[in-house]
Design a binder for this molecule. Structure first.
Ligand code: NAD
Ligand code: ZN
Length: 724
């Protein structure tokens, strides 16, 4: 894990500098816990606070009473509903060593006895909330406030997913957890806000905090609650034996009452027998962070056993038996300098934010995605705004929203293009994603370059300069025209000698015989890439069959579904002329090895079910290939995996079975290791497939001869490498 910059502190020179820092932090904390709209990002605030604490430690007699260092929520008091049991904050650790030191401190509190076990769960990044149920009915919602008293926000009852009006059992209980927004809830919140003339939120946490506390609003904003605690002693609850449960069991019990928890998500609370296991789980949670629909800023490690918790006890601000392992911040504030518009190969006009360079989680960011014009409007962004940018894992950085409190009045509206920024044609604004009305014709050069790229037609020697000339001279309009080019036409191009022209001509002829999946990929159908092209090709077998497929036929193809199918069908219709041209030039439009699905005719013999070496396995490939697979492109790897019966995928997730990690494998390997997914080298994959295919052939022959097939060497039934 990268070093966490929040861990470092700038040292304060003297008392004046200290008081300045306190004032600055005070302002930010008041905004953070008050309006929910701080003008510092968390990393900057945390660094400031650490320098304050360092100075106070060195000069304990000079600590300012208003310093935000000592109380829960920096002492910000909002509301007057007393908490029956204080709602505390959490201590922090920033490294494995810190956590080990902290765990030792817990054991010292237990009189040197080992902790019975740990629970690890995400540190959810939202707003703390207590929900009081009486006889199974939700009666009151209270914010954490300063920990002793909080604000009554019962007006939000009925608008928070995970806090049902009634529990599954008529019990009395106070649960505590975090209220936060999913991506969809955040988008919906901003839409509502801007429609009602209010400013959009800078980020999801601000949105949660602001929405939760707003009373008397004309509209209601939906949020999500995930529980991480409950008051468990009989004085506060009539749920039997709640106090005897481990933390892990408690979360499961809360879920059984119908409350929202992280159970069922990849980062659900897990019990770990040892600190080492707990550490591994912390890193797993970190690796999964970018894939979740809720934000987290760390992992929380808790003594799982209620006796250990009771014996370790509580400090004034934090429990002694739990701590937060903070992850590097993924949100930073920087300035939006400009919005650039570019046209893609299908004519889509996409905006992108140009930012003052800022480091987020170890990477310097200068550009971030802005999905489309409607998204810019929804987020209420202006040029010159201080904006929150978000980046975690491999996701493309995105702009969350503007920090409205930092506006100076000099910000300028974002100018949307009136006409296509490339060709000047009209813009089709019927969908949120704007497109040049010339569509693909506008993105001609990008489209042809995409078609000849390695994942599609793989035509060597057809670089950008040549494509541009071919288009400029009117020799090609689309990639189908490449197949009818002649030698003289190629020789008419600048700097193309005889030899190169011949080679290029041969490469183009060669590309005519590519399997259907490559030709289909070259079309660049919206919503499809190399993997989806392969699935379509192996499912339908011919281009004609794909074209004849109805939306319902398309939906059943793995990974397409009802959302993508209509887009694909519409785009195929738009491409009909290009496909006709391909037919006319004699390009191969069938998938080799395709066998049409069998009918249900009982007289028809079903083909023998033989396990291919990767049958039933979802396989991800990363890094560069080595050994017998050296030089294989991603498409070739995808094709190989499909031939061996596997299901190729481009992302590592909990559903991945196998990761093939080549040289220089990066974050996908780390994630697979975190998830405990089996990882093999390209050489091992090659060997597995070689052995497996041979075994499958033998099994097939045995079946044809009437014998029983032996289980072929396959990762699904035994470890091929052990046998090899
Ligand atoms: N940007 C700013 O200007 C600004 C100002 C003040 C504070 N802050 C940020 O606020 C944080 C400090 O605030 P804090 O002291 O309230 O602590 P905290 O929010 O970092 O941690 C304590 C809270 O974590 C929450 N939590 C989430 N998951 C939990 C789980 N599984 N179990 C238990 N609790 C869980 C609880 O709500 C608890 O109150 C820092 O991250 C700081 O950067 C930022
Ligand atoms: Zn255009």
């Amino acid at each position: 894990m990268t070093t966490n910059p929040a861990h470092t502190a700038d040292s304060l020179l003297d008392e004046t500098a200290y008081l300045d820092a306190v004032a600055r932090a005070r302002r930010a904390a008041d905004a953070y816990y008050g309006t929910g709209e701080p003008d510092l990002d968390d990393e900057t605030y945390d660094r400031l606070l650490r320098s304050i604490v360092a100075w106070e430690t060195a000069h304990p007699d000079h600590a300012a009473p208003e310093s935000p260092s000592r109380q829960v929520a920096a002492g910000v008091t909002l509301g007057d509903v007393p908490h029956t049991v204080a709602m505390l904050s959490l201590g922090n650790v920033f490294s494995d060593d810190d956590l080990t030191t902290w765990a030792a401190s817990v054991e010292r509190r237990l009189g040197g006895a080992p902790v019975a076990g740990w629970a690890v769960e995400p540190k959810l990044d939202g707003v703390a909330l207590a929900a009081r149920y009486r006889d199974g009915r939700l009666v009151q919602l209270v914010t954490r406030g300063n920990g002793t008293t909080g604000e009554d926000v019962s007006h939000a009852i009925g608008h928070i997913v995970g806090l049902p009006l009634t529990l599954t059992e008529p019990v009395t209980i106070e649960v505590r957890g975090e209220v936060l927004m999913t991506e969809a809830q955040f988008t919906a919140a901003n839409t509502l806000r801007t429609e009602h003339g209010a400013l959009a939120f800078a980020n999801r946490r601000n949105a949660s905090s602001g929405s939760l506390r707003a009373k008397d609003r004309a509209y209601q904003i939906a949020q999500t609650f995930l529980a991480y605690a409950a008051l468990t002693v009989p004085e506060h609850t009539d749920v039997p034996d709640l106090g005897t449960l481990t933390h892990t069991q408690l979360i499961a019990r809360l879920a059984s009452l119908g409350l929202g928890t992280t159970a069922g998500t990849p980062v659900a609370t897990v019990a770990c027998a040892t600190l080492q296991e707990a550490l591994e789980r912390v890193h797993q949670v970190g690796a999964l962070r970018a894939d979740l629909d809720f934000e987290l800023d760390g992992a929380v490690i808790k003594a799982d056993d209620p006796d250990d918790q009771a014996r370790a006890g509580f400090g004034s601000r934090t429990p002694h038996w739990a701590t937060a392992y903070k992850f590097p911040a993924v949100q930073k504030i920087t300035v939006l300098r400009a919005v650039e518009w570019s046209v893609g190969r299908t004519g889509v006009i996409a905006p992108r934010a140009v930012l003052d360079p800022v480091e987020v989680a170890g990477t310097t960011i200068t550009y971030a995605t802005l999905h489309n014009p409607a998204d810019i409007t929804r987020r209420g962004l202006m040029i010159g705004d201080h904006v929150v940018v978000y980046r975690a894992g491999e996701v493309i950085p995105r702009v969350e929203g503007a920090v409205s409190t930092l506006r100076t009045g000099d910000e300028q509206p974002v100018v949307f293009p009136e006409a296509c920024p490339r060709c000047g044609a009209d813009i089709d604004r019927r969908q949120e994603r704007w497109r040049c009305t010339r569509g693909r014709a506008c993105g001609q050069i990008e489209a042809i370059r995409y078609a000849v790229s390695r994942d599609a037609l793989d035509i060597d020697g057809l670089g950008e300069k040549i494509v541009v000339q071919l288009v400029d001279k009117g020799l090609v309009d689309d990639f189908a025209d490449l197949f009818t080019l002649n030698r003289d036409q190629l020789l008419s191009l600048d700097r193309l000698a005889d030899k190169s022209a011949d080679n290029l001509l041969a490469a183009i002829q060669d590309a005519k015989t590519r399997p259907l999946n490559r030709i289909f990929c070259a079309l660049g159908v919206l919503g499809t890439g190399r993997t989806m092209s392969l699935r379509l090709a192996t499912h339908f077998g011919t281009m004609a069959a794909i074209q004849a497929a109805t939306i319902t036929d398309l939906e059943v193809v793995d990974g397409i579904g009802p959302e993508k199918a209509p887009t694909i069908a519409a785009d195929l219709a738009e491409l009909a002329l290009l496909i006709d041209k391909l037919v006319a030039t004699g390009v191969n439009l069938t998938q080799p090895g395709f066998t049409p699905p069998t009918t249900d005719d009982p007289d028809e013999p079903t083909p023998p079910a033989v396990d291919l070496p990767l049958a039933g396995l979802t396989v991800v490939v990363t890094g560069s290939m080595t050994g017998p697979l050296a030089g294989y492109s991603r498409t070739e790897m995808t094709e190989l995996i499909v031939r061996a019966g596997g299901r190729p995928s481009s992302n590592v997730s909990a559903r991945t079975h196998l990761l093939v990690a080549g040289d220089n494998a990066g974050s996908k390997l780390a994630k697979a290791q975190a998830l405990g997914i089996e990882t093999i080298t390209p050489d091992e994959l090659a060997e597995t497939i070689r052995l497996g295919l041979a075994a499958a052939r033998i099994a097939m022959m045995a079946m044809a001869a009437g014998g029983t097939p032996e289980c072929p060497t396959s990762l699904t039934c035994g470890d091929a490498r052990a046998e090899a």
